[in-house]
Ligand binder design. Structure first.
Ligand code: SF4
Length: 240
């Protein structure tokens, strides 16, 4: 079995608890307006290799590499599989998580939650924490700004509940789209309705990816969206 890996961040502190290695898998079917990883979109095999580049790993090869960082994970940290969309490579993700857990390493799945069938179930059975973004409140908005389905996120969250996988809801706060107190309060309410919710994280929209889009010749839908200052963002989040 081979997996397609866009890149590996050896140690980071923002994608789950503690110090973690973050593996960005290649391929995503969504097109979120604020995505800062358009270079992970291209799906290996289905589209052929055009602009992006990735490396192939067997689960054993990847885990061998990650085990080098195990001493840094401490008691809270571990490994996060992100993307792209890790559930598009569900068999690979499940096997990597299984091997990590065999080695006593905490596993976090950073997903848009668009897949909720048997494949997702196999992954969630070996997942210690799911990081999920509700993104938008309605099906229409979700479809318009991501190309995906809000209903599928609800189905995925239901699966995490059934399998008792703790969830962090992470929400990118985008000026002009979601950065309104009432809107965010409703996101918060929906998040709090998940009985397996452990935490809500608010993430500020940033446009550091502009150059990446330019280099790739892809229009960035939010190129003219202003970035919120740290103070303004802090005030908004504190008011929720
Ligand atoms: S799901 Fe993630 S990787 Fe895919 S388009 Fe959205 S933000 Fe980008």
């Amino acid at each position: 079995m081979k997996g397609y890996v866009h890149s590996i961040q050896s140690l980071g502190a923002v994608d789950g608890p503690g110090l973690r290695s973050v593996v960005f898998l290649q391929g995503c079917a969504l097109r979120c307006a604020y995505c800062h990883n358009p270079d992970t979109w291209e799906i290996p095999r289905a589209e052929g290799k055009t602009q992006a580049s990735w490396e192939e790993y067997t689960p054993q090869e990847l885990v061998r590499k990650l085990l080098r960082f195990k001493p840094y994970y401490g008691t809270d940290g571990g490994v996060t599989l992100s993307g792209g969309e890790p559930l598009l490579q569900a068999d690979f993700t499940a096997e990597v998580f299984r091997l990590l857990k065999e080695n006593g390493i905490h596993t976090a799945l950073d997903t848009a939650g668009q897949i909720a069938g048997q494949k997702a179930e196999e992954v969630l059975k070996v997942t210690d924490l799911a990081l999920v973004d509700l993104k938008f409140l309605t099906e229409e908005e979700y479809r318009a700004h991501t190309g995906g389905s809000r209903r599928r996120v609800a189905e995925f969250l239901e699966l995490t509940r059934e399998l008792r996988v703790p969830v962090w809801i992470r929400h990118v706060v985008v000026p002009g789209l979601t950065a309104f107190p009432d809107y965010l309060r409703q996101i918060k309410e929906q998040a709090e309705a998940c009985e397996n919710l452990e935490k809500i994280e608010w993430l500020p929209f940033h446009d550091l990816c502009k150059e990446k889009y330019e280099r790739m010749g892809i229009p960035f839908p939010l190129a003219d969206t202003p970035v919120m200052g740290e103070e303004e963002f802090g005030r908004l989040v504190d008011s929720l």
